[in-house]
Design a protein around this ligand. Structure first.
Ligand code: URA
Length: 204
């Protein structure tokens, strides 16, 4: 396994990630899903882990949660093409159920083992702001369990000086059945992202 000091580009990082055996999740997943986007993106978006579509395509946030994220980014005036999009955990964790593969939450060990890659992504990209989409991303970045509702909507500073904005994971919206409640939560997600957009403008 390469050491952090020998990985200084996203291409080298992708190659190293593809050979990752740091936790057992690589055994069942189709492939690793590395982060993607501009090398020097000022904004990094961190999700939980790849879902079924991401596992099959090898790209982050291309399935239903990705479509919610894309809509929210657009409403917040953020261009996804200018950002670096990644996940706290790089392999899909699932439970087979007939022909379907049901998402399973990564556990503390898997998040911790995969933080190695997220740290390297942050080191290479050096974003001015990281948006943690949901509790798993926030846990990875803060290095401890945090409550999204207690932290969301405000830019925070990590122990290493990195700036982080916590908000909900877009898949939360997919689970809300009531249309009014769903629209209200979508609006809150957009408002959180706007806080990030304003922060980036001021930091420019
Ligand atoms: N959910 C995530 O957290 N990441 C993805 O890439 C897709 C769905």
């Amino acid at each position: 396994m390469a050491t952090p000091t020998t990985i200084t580009t996203l291409a080298a990082l992708r190659e190293a990630e593809a050979a990752c055996t740091r936790c057992p999740l690589f055994r069942k997943a189709t492939q690793v899903v590395p982060g993607e986007g501009k090398t020097k993106a000022r904004l990094m978006l961190v999700g939980e882990q790849p879902g079924n579509d991401e596992d099959l395509t090898g790209r982050p946030f291309v399935g239903p949660a990705g479509r919610v994220l894309d809509r929210a980014l657009e409403e917040a005036g953020i261009d996804r093409a200018e950002a670096f999009v990644t996940n706290a955990v790089k392999h899909f964790k699932f439970e087979p159920r007939g022909k379907r593969r049901l998402h399973q939450r990564p556990d503390a060990y898997e998040i911790e083992r995969c933080r190695w890659w997220l740290d390297l992504e942050r080191e290479i990209v050096k974003p001015a702001l990281v948006v943690a989409l949901g509790a798993t991303a926030a846990r990875s970045l803060f290095g401890r369990t945090v409550t999204v509702s207690g932290l969301r909507g405000e830019v925070r500073t990590l122990a290493d000086g990195g700036r982080v904005l916590v908000t909900i994971h877009p898949s939360f919206l997919l689970r809300i059945e009531d249309e009014r409640a769903k629209a209200a939560e979508f609006g809150r997600l957009v408002e959180d992202l706007k806080v990030g957009a304003r922060f980036l403008k001021r930091a420019a």
